[in-house]
Design a binder for this molecule. Structure first.
Ligand SMILES: Nc1ncnc2c1ncn2[C@@H]1O[C@H](COP(=O)(O)OP(=O)(O)OP(=O)(O)O)[C@@H](O)[C@H]1O
Ligand SMILES: [Mg+2]
Length: 444
């Protein structure tokens, strides 16, 4: 079994993280300080270390520098959104990756899967069963005609090595579609690596994608393998492709055409066998007109364009998904809350500009606000609901503290228009605590 070390000064966060890592088939040790972390490393060298940047006795980067954590440990730095510059420094010093907080669980899992996949003793990924049944393909749910048409496209293209271009509004399921393509392909046991071209600084993308040689720029102390090399035999998901700097799009096109990458500062071409899936929530032709996307790259990706249907065109899927998401929450919380007909009507008539993501959030919020029946009072106004002015909550005697806390937090957040700092102040907790809670709710 591969071994992981998680280092963070927040014990709640740390135990949640450790649990998550263990769930991915790792043995896991934890440490709250640099000092503890060093002790743990001297006992057993981890295959992967997830290290918070700010520790009480120094920076997580110190741990990278000691490098007892030799080439055999993948070091992943965890930082707040504001610290991307430190993360850049960490990558230059040899960290394999970094995660911003709140953690993107999907990314964390794919990093861990990648580490596990190079472990000789690692278990093969769980076989995919029941990938297709009525109203479902892989990770995607929905039985409406536009979804059936989508499944047909995905089924056709999945087993091939063709690049796929997923085009659709935000929240329509492009991420899920990309993962589904990977699961249904012969590459499913190799890594699936997502890279969000819009979320990473333009100066970093090149080295992230293609890697760099030691000494290729000031501070590049170790050779760094890029996403292409790390996704070898697997799938690379380039999300928000139109946000990739235009000069890099030329390089990307060259890699797609030659199947070879050259690391920054290197002179050797390395063969890579990677299937590329790209995605955008813009109109790609318009992106070309606006000079955000190179036409030759578009044509190359356009070989197989897949349009994700917006939720407002998916008819009965709205109810199907609403029932599904509520069922999931019930299962996790051991409750049996149900939709009222009234509420379902309102869901059906809403236009869902945020698509499935919006629906999922609305269901989550409604679930928290509801006692047993999910009435229109639990729905936000934009969705035709009657809440948004909740000034008091009622609980049944015997409700768990956790449940009460959760409902109080969500209702307060709601009352202050989603302003987290105000919410934390009013509730008398630190902003960090609030983020931790919200993270937990999101994970659940
Ligand atoms: N067909 C679906 N079935 C089940 N869940 C879905 C479906 N489509 C989307 N979701 C859920 O909705 C949320 C948003 O989906 P996803 O991240 O894949 O959208 P996206 O198109 O990549 O959005 P963005 O353009 O903002 O990146 C996720 O939580 C996902 O699990
Ligand atoms: Mg996405």
């Amino acid at each position: 079994m591969p071994h992981a070390l998680a280092v963070d000064d927040d014990p709640n966060f740390l135990s949640a993280l450790a649990e998550l890592i263990e769930g991915q088939g790792f043995t896991t040790n934890t440490a709250c300080t640099l000092h503890d972390a060093r002790k743990q490393v001297s006992h057993r060298t981890p295959d992967v270390a997830l290290v918070d940047l700010y520790l009480p006795d120094g920076s997580g980067i110190e741990l990278l520098k000691d490098l007892e954590l030799g080439a055999s440990t993948e070091v992943v730095l965890m930082t707040g959104h504001a610290d991307v510059e430190s993360a850049v420094q960490a990558l230059r010093l040899g960290a394999s990756d970094y995660l911003t907080k709140p953690l993107d669980i999907g990314r964390l899992k794919s990093i861990l899967a990648n580490v596990a996949s190079v472990q000789p003793a690692a278990q093969a990924a769980a076989p995919v069963t029941e990938t297709q049944e009525v109203g479902r393909l892989g990770l995607l749910l929905g039985a409406s005609p536009p979804m059936q048409a989508l499944y047909e496209m995905l089924n056709r293209v999945a087993p091939t090595d063709a690049s796929v271009f997923l085009i659709g509004e935000s929240g329509t399921g492009k991420d899920l579609a990309a993962q589904t393509l990977h699961l249904l392909s012969r590459r499913s046991k190799a890594p699936f690596l997502p890279l969000n071209c819009g979320a990473i600084s333009p100066t970093l993308i090149e080295s992230e994608l293609f890697g760099h040689e030691r000494g290729s720029f000031t501070g590049a102390q170790r050779r760094h393998k890029g996403y292409f090399e790390r996704a070898h035999m697997g799938t690379l998901f380039l999300d928000e492709i139109t946000e990739m700097p235009i000069e890099l799009q030329v390089k990307l096109l060259r890699v797609l055409e030659t199947g070879q990458v050259v690391r920054i500062g290197g002179d050797q071409a390395v063969d890579v066998d990677v299937r590329v899936i790209a995605a955008t929530n813009r109109d790609p032709h318009k992106a070309v007109q606006d000079g955000k996307m190179r036409e030759d790259l578009l044509y190359r990706l356009q070989v197989f364009p897949v349009h994700m249907p917006p939720l407002r065109e998916r008819g009965d899927d709205i109810q199907l998904l609403a029932e599904y998401f509520l069922g999931q929450l019930n299962e996790r919380q051991g409750t049996s809350k149900v939709w009222t007909e009234d509420s379902l009507d309102r869901l059906r008539t809403h236009s869902w500009p945020g698509n499935v993501r919006e629906l999922k959030n609305v269901v989550h919020r409604a679930f928290i606000m509801a006692d047993n029946e999910v009435t229109p009072r639990c729905l936000p106004r934009e969705v035709g609901g009657e809440s948004g002015s909740v000034r008091s909550l009622s609980f049944q005697v015997g409700a768990s503290i956790e449940e009460v806390e959760r409902r109080l937090i969500m209702a307060t957040l709601d009352a202050y228009g989603g302003n987290k700092r105000k919410t934390a102040d009013i509730l008398g907790v630190s902003l960090k605590t609030l983020y931790n809670r919200l993270n937990t709710y999101r994970e659940e």
